[in-house]
Design a protein around this ligand. Structure first.
Ligand SMILES: C[S@@+](CC[C@H](N)C(=O)[O-])C[C@H]1O[C@@H](n2cnc3c(N)ncnc32)[C@H](O)[C@@H]1O
Length: 205
């Protein structure tokens, strides 16, 4: 049996920092974006759950985006996959007030201390996401790695107030359950394994 090997991409490598991106068409629909959508399991499940939503998946591995867009063509008109680097392309992809909700589902943990700078949530990403949010827009983050979730929460809690976003539960609080229903591939796996998931939801307002 062939074994699928996951090749991690260093998002800070020069090859990935700047390249042309194909902007997705944005319209009046409720727009949801998953950062780091991998094979797209979440976005396809999401469009089944919410067919009226516009759903966009962002991914740094081009072949996965090609597969997602081939699968979406014809059958899933609300879905678009975008080959991009979350660290550099958000403002180009999403102008001001165009997105209702960002999902950051189980981002790469980059465990080694030297690699923490590759982690996706940073003050600059937060400022870019917030500026793309529509009024009352939301950012949802979840991970089964406590250290990574704390790292993300620290960024949201420290810089959120200056960008006008607040923790929907209360400051420094994790959410027990996923309020949106649709589960990502990693979420299904860790849930089956009985592992704890650390979730946070921030809203602009
Ligand atoms: C651990 S997987 C999680 C996949 C899915 N969200 C889930 O919950 O099952 C993280 C994904 O983010 C992608 N990724 C990591 N850094 C990225 C970046 N800077 N820009 C776009 N995608 C990135 C990886 O290639 C990988 O597919």
């Amino acid at each position: 049996m062939s074994k699928r090997i996951r090749h991690h991409v260093n998002p800070l490598s020069m090859n990935y920092l700047d390249f042309e991106v194909k902007k997705p068409l944005l319209d009046h629909r409720f727009t949801e974006v998953e950062l780091g959508c991998a094979e797209g399991e979440f976005i396809f499940d999401r469009t089944n759950d919410k067919p009226e939503h516009r759903i966009i998946g962002l991914e740094i591995r081009r072949s996965l985006i090609d597969d997602i867009n081939s699968k979406a063509k014809g059958n899933f008109p609300a879905i678009t996959g975008v080959f991009c680097n979350i660290n550099t392309h958000i403002p180009r992809l999403f102008p001001k007030e165009t997105v209702d909700r960002f999902f950051i589902n189980f981002p790469d943990p980059w465990f080694k201390k030297d690699h923490h700078k590759r982690r996706v949530v940073s003050p600059s990403l937060l400022s870019e996401l917030v500026s793309s949010l529509k009024p009352n827009g939301e950012i949802f983050f979840q991970s089964d790695i406590f250290d990574l979730a704390m790292d993300a929460m620290s960024v949201f809690e420290e810089f959120g107030p200056q960008y006008g976003i607040y923790n929907v539960l209360s400051e420094w609080s994790f959410m027990r359950n996923n309020p949106f229903g649709t589960m990502s591939r990693r979420e299904k796996y860790v849930t089956e394994e009985g592992l704890r998931v650390w979730r946070i939801l921030y809203r602009l307002g």
